[in-house]
Design a binder for this molecule. Structure first.
Ligand SMILES: [Zn+2]
Ligand SMILES: [Zn+2]
Length: 107
């Protein structure tokens, strides 16, 4: 099923921010990450930059993503991912750096 391709927010503004490194990119530079792997019937996707995306999959297995890191917040809060996050966020000045409140989760 490729139905979720249509869920991509094509109608958004041209520039978007990667929710992980908080850098702004053109929409075409962002890649779609499945918060819960497709194979686990995950539908929620998030647009993130290729660098962060690559990093996520280098660190986490699909099982981990499904079980523990199905939100951007959880990802950024993950022990293994945090060094990347703080590094990449410092690489360029970003407009807003409101990231330290990672303790707020939905559950
Ligand atoms: Zn990024
Ligand atoms: Zn992905």
């Amino acid at each position: 099923m490729q139905a979720d391709e249509n869920a991509w927010p094509f109608n958004r503004q041209e520039d978007q921010r990667c929710p992980i490194c908080l850098h702004e990119y053109e929409r075409t530079q962002l890649t779609k990450h499945h918060l819960v792997p497709k194979s686990r019937k995950g539908k929620a996707t998030v647009l993130i930059c290729a660098a962060c995306h690559k990093q996520i999959h280098a660190i986490f297995s699909e099982k981990e993503l499904e079980a523990k890191y199905s939100t951007v917040e959880a990802l950024c809060d993950a022990e293994e991912f945090r060094p990347w996050v703080s590094w990449i966020r410092k690489r360029k000045p970003t407009k807003r750096l409101r990231v330290t409140q990672s303790g707020r989760r939905r559950r």
